[in-house]
Design a binder for this molecule. Structure first.
Ligand code: PA5
Length: 437
């Protein structure tokens, strides 16, 4: 089966069949609220139909931009923060080699800015940009976020100094609101190539708009396959009312049952380090959507087996406040075999003839069994492999489940009022006009 599947055999001692059957009505009501656009935040539901509604002109235009910029840039800087960069980074890092570098690629190597205010980071970035040809995308839905605005001003100055103002403008793509915001105004005045983030799609749900698609295509990945995966998952998520057949409904049901039983933390885990940024994207998606009104599961993530040697102790024997969701990859993309060694001084000849994936899968199962024994519920999300199609499915699955789960929690999953608090203090401390007191 070329689709993601939920496995809940390791939940049996934590969730009864009655509990699942009792919550079914509530899950379906939340799903109905979502698809009928009658709930809180219903002006931000454009993502539900995005994969199927995406216009072919946008795909064509993205491909044209890739063809125009890829030959003249070994680096592509994505300037954005939160939902304006995490989706692209999640897909790119899932697909690219762990050891990819900026040399000798047919496509630019994507690097990131606008997600930090670290002076050292920008100093190091500029040093690297001194010696490489590059282009950039500046991405901000509001067009007013401080971190990307600061990064863009710094890098734009560097780009203009390096290539001259008009050649620099040809290396800049702006992705922002159709009508409002400083970035919109700058892009218009400077004549940058631009894409619009639809009004009804919030930042953390925007990976299947040019926000995610342009950087992913620039890195050389197949955005049509990504969209196809999302389309196919959309069909399942929006049409099936059977929890056993609709993984998003089942996921929303399971996490809400566990939350109500005191499991306040969900740890998303992988056994494949390329998925680290999928977890970072997921943390924003769920943390920003559900963490409000004093409620919400705290999303956390770990990469195994690496973190078994740092956080494994806590998960096994620490406070029982968590459940785990393991993203389990069925098939690797490449093979590496263990060489034979007749001396067997390292004592691992018992592994001869096994693939690394077989060993890793046994590490995964061994971990799950140990954690269940330790009193931690474990849900397993099996994905067939890591490719564009599967990632498209996974993204849509998590988004849809997030909407359903947020409505079950009773919050508006599509706003983020809490993000403003630090900004007000920062603006006042920095003396921004209008924020003096
Ligand atoms: O999901 C969200 O809306 C936020 O995390 C935003 O993506 C983030 O704050 C960046 O905002 P903007 O794209 O307006 O610069």
């Amino acid at each position: 089966m070329n689709t993601i599947r939920l496995h809940k055999e390791h939940l049996q001692q934590f969730i009864s069949a009655e509990e699942l059957s009792d919550i079914r009505k509530e899950v379906l009501a939340a799903k109905q609220t979502l698809v009928s656009c009658t709930g809180k935040g219903n002006d931000f539901l454009g993502w539900i139909d995005l994969p199927q509604d995406l216009s072919p002109e946008i795909i064509k235009s993205i491909k044209n931009d890739v063809s125009a910029l890829a030959p003249k840039a070994s680096l592509f800087v994505v300037i954005g923060i939160g939902g304006s960069y995490l989706g692209a980074r999640a897909v790119i890092e899932a697909l690219q080699s762990e050891f990819a570098s900026m040399e000798n690629n047919s496509h630019p190597y994507v690097i990131y800015a606008g997600h930090t205010l670290s002076e050292d980071y920008y100093h190091q970035l500029l040093q690297m940009l001194d010696t490489h040809d590059y282009a950039l995308a500046v991405i901000s839905k509001s067009g007013t976020t401080t971190e990307p605005a600061v990064a863009f001003r710094i890098i734009k100055a560097h780009l203009e100094q390096k290539y001259g103002k008009s050649a620099a403008a040809e290396r800049i793509i702006a992705i922002t609101d159709a009508r409002r915001g400083a970035l919109h105004d700058i892009a218009k005045q400077e004549g940058y190539r631009s894409y619009v983030i639809p009004d009804n799609v919030g930042g953390r749900f925007s990976v299947l708009t040019p926000v995610g698609l342009l950087p992913i295509a620039m890195a050389g990945y197949d955005i049509e396959k990504l969209i196809k995966g999302a389309c196919d998952m959309r069909e399942i998520c929006t049409t099936s009312d059977t929890l056993e057949e609709n993984p998003a409904l089942m996921y929303a049901a399971i996490r809400n049952i566990l939350y109500r039983k005191g499991r306040k933390v969900e740890i998303l885990e992988n056994f494949v380090p390329n998925l680290k940024y999928i977890s970072e994207w997921w943390k924003q998606l769920y943390g920003e959507s559900e963490g409000k009104e004093g409620k919400g599961i705290l999303p956390h993530s770990l990469s195994f087996t690496t973190d078994l040697h740092s956080m494994g102790q806590y998960v096994q024997e620490g406070e029982r406040l968590m459940f785990e969701t393991v993203i389990s990859v069925a098939q690797p993309r490449h093979q590496v075999t263990i060489p034979s060694d007749p001396q067997n001084l390292d004592g691992i000849n018992y592994l001869l003839g096994k693939t690394l994936t077989e060993i890793n899968h046994n590490a995964e199962l061994g971990t799950i069994l140990a954690h269940v024994d330790g009193g931690v519920p474990v849900l397993r999300i099996e994905i067939p492999t890591v490719d564009e199609y599967v990632l498209g499915q996974l993204i849509y699955f998590f988004e849809f489940a997030c909407g359903v789960s947020g409505y079950m929690l009773g919050v508006n999953p599509f706003d983020q009022p809490g993000v403003e608090a630090y900004k007000k203090n920062m603006f006042r401390l920095l003396g921004k006009p209008g924020y003096e007191k």
